[in-house]
Structure formats: C-alpha cells, structure tokens
Design a protein around this ligand. Structure first.
Ligand code: UD1
Length: 342
C-alpha cells in the first residue's frame, strides 16, 4: 500500500492477522509521504512502522508506477511471500498486483469488483487491471460480486474493510474543534483538480454554500499545489485546513450537516455515519449510497452544487440496509488466506 485510503483499509486487516496469529509484512510504496497524509494516519490507526518503505513519492503515472515495480520486485524476490495483498485502486495497488503476478505469486485484491465505468479516472484503470491479475477477489458488496460475475471472475463476499475500520475506532477519540452546523468538503481527484475551469466552478460552488452554512475544507496537497493562488487563505466562513487524521475526519463526517466530496471512501463513510453526501462527479463506484438516497451526484458547477447541498441538508434520514457487510470483513479475508495460502 502507499496512499492514505490504503492505510485505513490495511489497519483492520493487520489487526485480524495479529488476532489470528498469522505472519505478515507491510510494504509502503511511499506514494504518500506528507506527514498529514501518511504519518499521522499511521498513528491514528495504531499501525506499526512498515517493514519496507520504497519512498517513491510523487511523479507522473508511468514513472511512479515503474519505480514502484522496480522497488517491489527486489522485496518480493527476497521475501517470497505466499500471497501479496493489495487494496483498492491506487497506483500502489496496480504496481503491487502487476509485480506479484509477473513473479508468479498469488495476489489477493481487497475491495475487488468495484467499478465507476469511467476510464478517465486512473483509479478505474487500476481496479480493472488489479482484478484481472488477482487470484482471490475479496468483494465489499453484493454489487461488486455481481460485477465480477459479469466479467467471468468468481468473487468472495467479505463485506467492506472500511466498515470494520470505522467500527474499531474508539468513540472517545472522535473529536474535532468545529461548531455545528458546518459542511465538510474534500476535493482532490485528478479529474476535478487538474482542470482550472472545473476546479474554479467547484470553488465558486463552495463559496456559495459558505454563505448559507460555514464550510470546513481539509485541503489535500494535490489540490493545494495546483490551486494555490485561487484558494488563498479561504474566508471567514470557508475554512481551509490541513488534511486531518483519520479519527478527526470520522468525527467531522459524523457531525457535518452535509458532506461535499469526490472521494470514494468518504461517500461510504458518510453513508455509514448517516450524514448526507453530495458527490461532485459524473459517476460513482458506490451506487449503493445513491440508491439509498444518501448520496447525490452533481456536476461541477456552482449553482447545482449549492442546490444539491441544500436539498441533502433538508433530508432528515433514509432507511436502507447496510450493503457493506457486518464489520468482520478483515477476519473473513484473514481466515480465507490462512486456509488457502499458509
Ligand atoms: C491518490 C490516489 C487516489 C486516492 C488518493 C487519496 C492514484 C492514482 N490516486 O491520489 O485514488 O483517492 O491518493 O489521497 O493512486 N502529493 C503531495 N504529498 C503527498 C502525496 C501527494 O504533495 O504525500 C501531491 C503531489 O503534488 C502529487 C499529487 O499530490 O503530484 C498527486 O499524488 P498521487 O499520489 O499521484 O495521487 P493522489 O492525488 O494523492
């Protein structure tokens, strides 16, 4: 693993491995290296230091992935693991699956079968390739199982490890300094941040929202680097803050009047914490949240963002079964690995 969402997915799996006394080693590609994206997340999640850190850092997709492959190959050849477990859909997932498969090692994909069907997203390409190369496909939902089935791949229904992570959080650790009501924002995806027009329109929307309800926006380094001049220092009602730890983020999602995001993980966490969500994207890999009425997709345009946010804020509650399992996905994965690989 190597990027923020993967530290969250890894944490419950490591806990299950420890509880079942199974051997493992953690390889960090170093894709995320900022203190706020990497180190504070490790501390918040109670994760130990990785056994290997390739310290790859940021680069173009090809160079970043190539350097990951080179670094991983050395480690995998020396370690000869019985299985390589990859998580989600980042460049670290792609590199892990590809490197292990080429070495003839078994690959397990956690969060398999998830699709947005939007090939403009690098994450979609990473997921599809990781699924083609994996030996075992640990699916978070029935929907993901069905998608894999339609592609001729048998999945294993485990539930979602991000739900496990959420349930394992100590309630007393869930704190943040913001007064309610507030709207919580995260925008960092390449398709929203790479185009100045698209990000400018989203920024205008956030400013409109902040005239109605105070907005808190933890800014991902990608977004900050690309739009330094536009973001400035924010305004009184639009607070720009550094990325926060997993625990603070969960507390803020729980307490927000509404969440505006383009993150996959945040859409799920909003649903699980019963906070309404507006997703600034054309597609979502988590249609379950939209079907439940908990999540609304909106185009990157100022007025639609405001209108969607006001609509979702008025929404009291929704009744929906939880499609993300029973909170024991990581134990199902660990037991499956014990039976088939160790
Ligand atoms: C990556 C994942 C994305 C995930 C996100 C979570 C891919 C293709 N994308 O996106 O799916 O939702 O992580 O955060 O793998 N940067 C820093 N410091 C860091 C990391 C990144 O400043 O520690 C900046 C750099 O300007 C860099 C840019 O972010 O060029 C992109 O980083 P990269 O790791 O390629 O992807 P993310 O946008 O973080």
């Amino acid at each position: 693993m190597g990027a923020r969402p993967q530290f969250i997915k890894l944490a419950p799996v490591v806990k299950a491995f420890k509880d079942l006394n199974l051997p493992y080693k953690i390889l960090h590609t170093g894709q995320h290296y900022d203190y706020t994206l990497s180190e504070i997340q490790f501390t918040a999640l109670g994760l130990e230091e990785p056994h290997f850190n390739l310290e790859i850092g940021s680069d173009s997709h090809a160079r970043q992935t190539a350097r990951m492959l080179t670094g991983m190959e050395e480690v995998l050849v020396a370690q000869k693991p019985s299985l390589v477990l990859v998580y989600g859909d980042t460049n670290s997932t792609l590199a892990g699956a590809l490197c292990a498969a080429k070495l003839g090692l078994k690959v397990g994909h956690v969060e398999a079968g998830v699709r947005s069907y939007d090939r403009k997203m690098p994450e979609e390409i990473n997921r599809v390739v990781a699924d083609r190369l994996s030996t075992y496909h640990y699916c978070p939902t029935e929907g993901a199982m069905n998608i894999l089935k339609s592609e001729g791949i048998p999945g294993i229904l485990t539930g979602d490890v991000m739900y496990d992570a959420l349930l394992q959080v100590p309630q007393e650790a869930l704190q943040h300094p913001f007064q309610r009501p507030f709207v919580l924002v995260t925008i960092h995806r390449a398709e929203n941040t790479d185009s100045p027009e698209r990000f400018g329109a989203i920024w205008d929307g956030l400013n409109l929202v902040s005239r109605e309800v105070p907005v808190v926006f933890p800014v991902h380094p990608r977004t900050r680097h690309r739009h330094l001049a536009l973001l400035g220092h924010g305004t009184k009602d639009l607070s720009l803050i550094e990325p926060v730890s997993y625990l603070a983020m969960i507390a803020m999602i729980r307490d927000a009047a509404c969440i505006i995001t383009d993150s996959g993980g945040v859409q799920k966490e909003a649903f699980l914490l019963k906070s309404p969500c507006v997703t600034v994207r054309d597609t979502t890999e988590w249609p379950e949240t939209v079907d439940a009425g908990a999540n609304l997709l909106v185009e990157p345009a100022a007025k639609p963002i405001l209108e969607a946010t006001l609509t979702m804020m008025r929404k009291k509650a929704w009744v929906a079964d939880n499609p993300f399992g029973d909170g024991a996905a990581s134990y199902k994965i660990a037991r499956h690995i014990r039976e088939h690989c160790l």
